[in-house]
Design a protein around this ligand. Structure first.
Ligand SMILES: C[S@@+](CC[C@H](N)C(=O)[O-])C[C@H]1O[C@@H](n2cnc3c(N)ncnc32)[C@H](O)[C@@H]1O
Length: 353
């Protein structure tokens, strides 16, 4: 009997193709994401935090689920590394304890709820977004930008979601960069107040002014009221496109702001930041920076694609693009300081001569 013929990639049979597992895993990535968001939505991690070690029957009755649902969800969450099997029961892994319970300082439950509420539906239309170049999470015929949403609960959900991602990221930035010489920082598009509160906690001599749209300043004032540093978080309501000038400060921060806008819009914001700074003042741009090589990293590349789904003209920009913009505006000592956060992998810094 002769050995089977290899027909190559275009035929029907090949002896030794590469493993399909990576493609299979990508194809079911949505299942994993939805397992996580359903676990959060149903309060699974909160239940197991209060009652560690409970088994399928108790979880089913505690969460008012059919037994089969509880069993499948528990097994899936354990397989994804969110839960740990303990005897006949389950308990939260440490990451679930930190990030999947609502009242924890670095909770990501607001972020996960935001994705579930509006973002995933937009991603379901990714091919449409790619073909048309238009966002799919909001109607660009009737709304001017992502931030025009008039639904109060959607507004609250957006800044609660951002807060979860940005709190941890802000502490990473505050450790990566020494801000001890700065007393007054302008947080442009600083809605949610995560950077303002975290940096004020880390730097007792610092006052942060959040410059954002008037309704966002109102939401943010409520969000920071109980932060313990509210007296050092000030507000300057405004619109960085409509306003001629931004309030003058020693340093300006832009976190996850520029990726919402196209290149001309970014340069217009950056020009106003430059004008607002004194000689020696610093600009800090915190983003998920793309590599100049155009092939990653994956977090920045997918956030960039997310900007297609979520914005009219935004994308994540590469390190070299940001540096070139700052150079062209006359900033000196332009450099990137790397760090690792969910909302940023580095900060581009420039100094006004
Ligand atoms: C993606 S969020 C980033 C929030 C915050 N910097 C962070 O990293 O958590 C973008 C912010 O830009 C603000 N923004 C959008 N358009 C603006 C405008 N025209 N003027 C001022 N702020 C604006 C939004 O309200 C929002 O707070």
């Amino acid at each position: 009997m002769s050995a089977p013929q290899s027909a190559g990639v275009s035929g029907t049979y090949q002896d030794d193709p590469p493993s399909p597992h990576a493609v299979m895993e990508l194809s079911t990535g949505l299942w994993a994401a939805k397992t996580l968001s359903a676990g959060v939505d149903l309060g699974l991690f909160e239940y197991l935090s209060a009652f560690p070690g409970k088994g399928v029957d108790e979880v089913a009755s505690g969460l008012a689920l059919p037994r089969r649902s509880a069993q499948l969800l528990l097994t899936a969450c354990a397989s994804l590394g969110l839960l740990r099997r303990e005897g006949s029961g389950y308990r939260n892994e440490e990451t679930a304890e930190h990030y999947l319970i609502a009242d924890r300082p670095y909770s990501l439950t607001g972020w996960i709820a935001l994705l579930d509420r509006s973002n995933y539906a937009g991603w379901m239309g990714l091919s449409t977004a790619l073909r048309t170049g238009r966002p799919t999470t909001w109607d660009s015929d009737t709304q001017e930008s992502l931030f025009d949403n008039t639904d109060p609960s959607a507004r609250a959900a957006f800044w609660a979601g951002m807060d979860g991602v940005s709190r941890y990221t802000a502490t990473r930035l505050g450790k990566a960069v020494d801000l001890s010489g700065v007393t007054r920082l302008l947080d442009v598009g600083g809605g949610g107040g995560a950077y303002a509160t975290q940096l004020c906690r880390m730097y007792p001599g610092l006052t942060v002014t959040v410059y954002d749209l008037p309704f966002v300043c109102e939401i943010t004032a409520d969000m920071v009221a109980d932060s313990g540093v509210a007296e050092r978080v000030l507000f300057a309501p405004g619109d960085f496109f409509a306003d001629q000038a931004l309030p003058g400060m020693e340093a300006v921060l832009l976190s996850m702001v520029l990726h919402d806008w196209d290149e001309q819009e970014c340069l217009s914001i950056l020009r106003k930041c430059h004008a607002a700074l004194p000689s020696g003042g610093q600009i800090l741009i915190s983003e998920l920076l793309l590599d100049d090589s155009g092939d990653g990293p994956v977090g920045a590349a997918l956030m960039s694609l997310n900007m297609l789904v979520e914005t009219a003209g935004g994308r994540n920009y590469a390190r070299g693009e940001y540096c070139a913009w700052l150079d062209s505006l006359g900033f000196v000592d332009v450099r990137v300081v790397d760090f690792h956060g969910p909302g940023s992998n580095g900060v581009v810094i420039g100094v006004k001569p």
